[in-house]
Design a protein around this ligand. Structure first.
Ligand code: ATP
Length: 505
């Protein structure tokens, strides 16, 4: 009887409705309409929920065809070490229960986009021989209250089922952009978000040492400060691991990893040099550099990837694709003088720092100067920052020198200069001394910006004025050649400069 319950109900309900409508004479249309709408909504919500988890499943299946290892992740030595130590809790289960240690439930990876957080989560699954399920915080966001929560429930359920099916003792659930669902609860307006987060907390609290399969939740965010404190407290996300942009050694490691399946010109290519030039790049950007270099080599029908291809790929990743924007001759001359202004200022402030001066439209710019960071820096002195501002103002100063007025081409430079002033003020490096920048009025900001930028503009103008000869001799070469390498530019500077380098930083 129980076995056929569903069929009996399906058969009985229509007959009963027909009976009420025609035998008794009750108008059943409003009820039927209401039932259809409710059924439709339920179906939509269910199918979306299903899609989300199936999507997560599909993603995890296709993205982890085999177990990934920590060796396949470049740089991030510290993050890998910390993660491995945390994962040992999952590996050495007997010892954990012998010492009565509560299980590690969640690990939070924080850092900028493209630094390898997803890779670390996949490697964690490989290291602990767990099944891996990946999802993104935005997949749980729905306009219907309760859907996000049910998807969280489904995700944990699916992880357990999948682990059991594959005969594994544990499962790693990775939720990227966890700040979307784990943001601070405001206790009212965003009920759907609150319910989703509450469900996540409930699932975390339901994880016990004796569970089999055991679940480990790994969350990733680049906005840790946005997360609700309930999620961050011990017993929930127990470990917080920073996954920062790679340093020079890390960048070289990542480049070598992504070069493994590519034909490099072995005699000529120097990936350490590329690592030096790609200061501030994330792992994803470095992967893109290797990929773009391979595309350039293929387009030229070459056999191997050369240093030139890699250098062009850095420009592309940094500045965007070359555009076909046709500038007039006057514009080209102005842009050339502007870029020479930046380059001369850069070489005098920081000798050897120019890597390339280019008069090529790329991204939103008509020309650019690529700088060679000499070494990764984490602390900046006032003198260093003032030098950076002078380099940024060099373009506008050169335009003033030769045309008597500036153009809109300096907008980005001024934004950069003002952001440096902001960080100087916040770090107590200005004449205002140590202050709380949030208490500064707009007038005060305008005054401090004006005074610092005007003084440094005068300094850079004097510097460039003393090098008028370099502008005049390099201008024609740059317009003709379109690019000058750092060495080419330096030899012109040496030939025609009357000025000694300012600071040797
Ligand atoms: P997001 O926060 O945007 O999700 P993420 O930190 O999770 O980014 P991943 O998805 O792990 O970044 O990395 C994207 C791609 O960049 C990887 O598939 C890989 O090709 C490359 N990559 C990033 N970091 C590294 C690394 N440390 N070593 C090797 N490759 C890396």
């Amino acid at each position: 009887m129980r076995k056929y319950g569903k069929e009996i109900v399906i058969g009985f309900v229509p007959v009963f409705i027909l009976f009420l409508q025609f035998a008794i004479g009750i108008n059943m249309m409003p009820f039927i309409l209401f039932a259809c709408i409710a059924g439709g909504l339920l179906f939509m919500a269910k199918s979306r929920g299903h899609l989300a988890t199936v999507g997560g499943d599909r993603k995890s299946k296709t993205s982890v065809p085999r177990q990934m290892t920590f060796e396949e992740i470049g740089g991030q030595d510290h993050a890998k070490q910390e993660l491995r130590e945390a994962l040992d809790f999952l590996v050495h289960v007997e010892q954990i229960s012998k010492f009565g240690i509560r299980p590690l439930k969640g690990i939070l990876l924080t850092g900028p986009p493209g630094t390898g957080k997803t890779l670390l989560a996949k490697a964690a699954a490989g290291y602990t021989d767990s099944v891996y399920l990946g999802a993104s915080g935005s997949e749980f966001v729905e306009m219907y209250v309760g859907v996000g929560a049910s998807r969280i429930r489904d995700l944990f359920k699916e992880a357990r089922q999948k682990a059991e099916k594959q005969g594994k003792n544990s499962a790693v659930i990775f939720i990227d952009e966890i700040d979307v669902i784990g943001g601070k609860r405001d206790g009212g307006q965003q009920r759907e978000y609150d319910q989703t987060l509450n469900q996540l907390l409930t699932e975390l609290d339901g994880i016990h040492t004796t569970d089999s399969p055991r679940i480990l939740l790994i969350g990733a965010t680049n906005r840790k400060e946005m997360l609700d404190s309930a999620l961050l407290r011990p017993g929930r996300f127990d470990r917080h691991i920073a996954v920062d942009l790679p340093d020079k050694k890390g960048r070289a490691h990542i480049l070598h990893l992504h070069a493994r399946n590519k034909p490099l010109d072995g005699d000529e290519v120097n990936l350490e040099k590329i690592a030096e030039e790609s200061y501030g790049f994330s792992g994803a950007q470095l992967e893109s550099v290797m990929n773009e270099a391979a595309i350039y080599a293929m387009r030229e029908d070459g056999e191997t990837i050369s240093q030139r291809h890699l250098s062009m790929a850095i420009d592309k990743v940094m500045m965007g694709e070359r555009t076909d924007r046709e500038a007039t001759n006057e514009e080209r001359e102005r842009v050339a003088l502007h870029e020479l202004g930046h380059a001369i200022a850069a070489e005098l402030v920081r000798p050897g720092s120019v890597s390339q001066v280019a008069l090529l439209p790329r991204g939103g710019a008509l020309g650019y100067v690529r700088h060679n960071p000499q070494q990764d820096k984490y602390l900046y002195t006032k003198q260093f920052l003032e030098g950076q501002i002078m380099i940024a103002l060099g373009g506008a100063a050169a335009e003033e020198m030769f045309y008597g007025e500036r153009s809109t081409g300096s907008r980005g430079d001024f934004d950069q200069a003002m952001s440096i002033v902001r960080s100087m003020v916040e770090s107590g490096l200005t004449e205002l001394g140590i202050i709380d920048a949030s208490m500064m009025t707009p007038d005060k900001w305008a005054a401090v910006n004006g005074s610092i930028l005007n003084d440094l503009m005068q300094d850079v103008k004097m510097l460039l004025e003393a090098n008028r000869g370099v502008f005049l001799s390099a201008l024609d070469v740059l317009i003709q050649e379109e690019t000058l390498s750092g060495d080419q530019f330096r030899s012109l500077l040496q030939q025609f400069s009357t000025e000694q380098p300012l600071l040797a930083q």
